[in-house]
Design a binder for this molecule. Structure first.
Ligand code: ADP
Length: 403
């Protein structure tokens, strides 16, 4: 079975084609600048040179058509015919309280995703364009939707409710949802496999640290609490997002600086975090480089980033009354040995003991970086959200075919 995984944004569309026989990636790529002039398609077929095309792509229907043309192209293609695509899986940011797991797309599912537009106004409408574009190009191919929020639907009320008037929850669904769920689910499963233990027997704190960052407490294999909330702004300090702050800052700053709501929103999401404190960059590589050169603001940004993450790890250890596994994933978590070392240095009271040599090794494999005597297993687990989307799509479509 061959499965196309799509992550549609408002002006971009990323894709990966999987052969589920061995879970290999046959091709991947992206379409950028949809709806603008000079749209770009970058296509990377396995074992063949990369192809790049610049043309006008006005909408998502055309973007999907270009991707399909690439996949069967005489020179860059990896399929003989489009009919070889058995199913399409989509990444959807917000599934609200409706979607606790992945589902096959039908009219009702589409309506519900539409109802959730309010909760993710930047993302869900773009995902819907992706679904409709696939439907227009491949009307008979089943589609599956996989939600970033679904894994966190297991959180108890004590974790997901905000201590504000309950009418805001009943009327407007104001609550914590959490994000990066596909990643936290994937890496925690990988960690349990790597350790050869049933996931239900482990207390895991999973740190997904990329541009966006979130920390999740995983108890009995289920999300028990997570640091992102109603939106991805809550929780850890991130590349450009503030993470947790006193909400009274918002009206105060609006008043003092004469800012509109949308300006404050943009400040907290796009101009805060590591970028704001360092005054330099949101990219951890540049922060580390500047620290080495003695930049004090970069050092402060790094220290705050580490401190805030360590506090969450401590909080989630308390929430679960223990921790067996601490895992790091995503761009920063997988690559920055300095970040991992700094975080773990302050966790020795929990019995966390890093092996500095193992921590310094670069690898694309799941690996243990704690010492033999560490009470907590510290792992680096490369995330692969696309693979989990492909697996869910495969399972659901197979189940559907078997009646
Ligand atoms: P996204 O949240 O956009 O998916 P990623 O998970 O790809 O982000 O993470 C991107 C971040 O990973 C970059 O901003 C960069 O700071 C960080 N990163 C990537 N490689 C390294 C590295 N070698 N050392 C430190 N940080 C890195």
């Amino acid at each position: 079975m061959k499965i196309l995984v799509i992550n549609a944004g408002s002006s971009s569309l990323k894709y990966q084609l999987y052969n589920m026989l061995d879970e290999s990636v046959l091709a991947s790529g992206r379409v950028e600048r949809i709806g603008m002039d000079s749209s770009i398609v970058t296509h990377e077929p396995a074992g063949k040179p990369e192809a790049r095309q610049v043309s006008e792509i006005l909408d998502h229907v055309t973007a999907v058509r270009r991707v399909l043309e690439m996949l069967v192209d005489a020179e860059y293609g990896v399929l003989t015919e489009i009919g070889e695509i058995d199913a399409v899986g989509h990444r959807i940011v917000h599934g609200g309280e409706t979607f606790k797991e992945s589902v096959v797309v039908n009219q009702e599912v589409k309506l519900e995703i539409r109802r959730l537009f309010d909760l993710a106004p930047l993302h869900n409408p773009a995902h819907m364009m992706g679904i409709n574009a696939v439907e227009a190009n491949l009307p008979d191919v089943p589609q599956v939707v996989v939600f970033d929020t679904a894994f966190h639907q297991s959180m108890p009320r004590t974790s997901y409710l905000y201590p504000i008037p309950t009418i805001l929850y009943s009327r407007h669904k104001v609550r914590r949802y959490g994000f990066h769920g596909t990643s936290h689910k994937y890496v925690s499963g990988q960690a349990a496999d790597y350790l050869g233990k049933p996931i239900e027997s482990l207390k895991i704190v999973s740190c997904h640290i990329g541009n966006g960052a979130s920390c999740t407490a995983i108890l009995n294999g289920k999300s028990y609490d997570t640091s992102m909330g109603m939106t991805p702004l809550e929780g850890l300090m991130m590349g450009t997002r503030s993470g947790d702050l006193d909400p009274a800052i918002v009206p105060y700053v609006m008043n003092k600086e004469e800012l509109t709501l949308s300006e404050v929103n943009s400040m907290l999401n796009k101009h805060s975090g590591m970028l704001a404190v360092s005054g330099l960059s949101s990219d951890m590589r540049e922060i580390e480089q500047a620290m080495e050169e003695g930049d004090a603001k970069a050092k402060l940004a790094f220290d705050m980033y580490v401190y805030r993450l360590r506090k969450y790890i401590g909080a989630y250890t308390a929430a679960m009354n223990g921790i067996d596994v601490l895992l790091f994933t995503a761009g920063v978590g997988e690559n920055s040995s300095a970040l991992r070392k700094a975080v773990c240095e302050g966790l020795t009271f929990l019995g966390v003991e890093l092996d500095d040599e193992k921590n310094a090794v670069r690898s694309k494999e799941t690996r243990r970086i704690s010492s033999e005597s560490s009470k907590v297993q510290v792992l680096v687990v490369p995330t692969n959200e696309e693979l989990l989307i492909a697996r869910d799509t495969y399972d659901l479509v197979k189940r559907k075919l078997n009646g």
